[in-house]
Design a protein around this ligand. Structure first.
Ligand SMILES: [Zn+2]
Length: 290
């Protein structure tokens, strides 16, 4: 079982990022540049990412050093605008993601997160003046006040809550009809992962949990979450649903989950999460291990 967007193939080459002379040498006109429409990948033959030349990026382009692939430097150019929408909110993005070959999801996801961060962080959060990319694009510096800004990764817990052989899954109003997934929520300042799981499940479904354990994680580039997949046991199965967060939540038995996972869209029960989401991985993990 693999996790989509995991397994980044590039050498992140921190020593290159910190060496402006080496970076300038690598960013020659014929160096490879990731081709995007905004932040949407342009797909070529075999649904692979398409690459152009750094020389075609234009004089004004802000270049980001993505890393080294087999010793060759790869670059991306910061688009005019970022994109805060969830992945499924833009049909073109979702369609491209469905087609993009599995092996290139991680490369695309990492590049997308970084380029989107640049597009949305052109000004200093401390003094409001324009900032400039530094360290090959893995930092932005403010010349006015000296502040350094770094690309964000926001931790989000996503959890399978189990009671008596059944799992608690929910849906919010923006999900496609019939779709249910694992509950999830951002880790707040001052919280451990375990505390965030317990708080989110209680807030959204009114259920107390114990024995929270980590299962797997996934970088999710819409825009910059680190999804932290967990499993927890519920103290009891009575639900008090917070309808501002969830449209519905209920307990699903093993047979129902197995059918939804095996039949996908053709399931006569609920629709399972897409294979691109860590919730899909977690449900498979549960069916095989729990
Ligand atoms: Zn500043």
């Amino acid at each position: 079982m693999t996790i989509a967007f995991a397994g980044h193939p590039l050498d992140r080459a921190d020593h290159v990022r910190a060496d402006p002379a080496r970076l300038a040498e690598l960013a020659h006109a014929d160096a490879r540049l990731l081709l995007l429409d905004g932040l949407i990948p342009r797909l070529g033959d075999g649904n692979c990412l398409q690459w152009g030349r750094v020389g075609d990026a234009g004089e004004e382009a802000e270049l980001v050093f993505l890393g080294l692939l087999d010793g060759e430097a790869l670059f991306g150019a910061v688009p005019e605008a970022g994109d805060l929408d969830p992945a499924y909110a833009r049909r073109e993005t979702w369609a491209a993601l469905g087609r993009l070959v599995e092996e290139e999801l991680a490369l695309y996801g990492g590049a997308r997160s970084l380029l989107d961060w640049h597009a949305r962080h052109r000004f200093c959060a401390q003094c409001g003046q324009p900032t400039h990319p530094a360290k090959g694009g893995w930092q932005r510096n403010c010349p006015a006040c000296g502040a350094q800004h770094f690309p964000r990764t926001d931790p989000v817990t996503i959890m399978l809550v189990e009671h008596d052989g059944r799992l608690l899954l929910g849906r919010n109003a923006r999900f496609p009809p019939g779709s249910y997934s694992a509950l999830a929520g951002f880790v707040e300042p001052g919280e451990t992962i375990e505390e965030a799981v317990a708080r989110e499940v209680f807030e959204e479904a009114g259920v107390r949990v114990r024995d929270v354990r980590y299962v797997a994680s996934q970088p999710w580039p819409f825009p910059s979450q680190l999804m932290i997949g967990c499993h927890a046991l519920a103290e009891d199965d009575s639900l008090t649903i917070d309808t501002t967060e969830l449209e519905d939540a209920r307990w699903f038995g093993r047979a129902e989950i197995a059918e939804a996972m095996d039949k996908g869209e053709a399931s006569t029960g609920f629709k399972a999460p897409t294979s691109r989401a860590i919730a899909h991985y977690l449900l498979r993990w549960w069916l095989e291990n729990a």
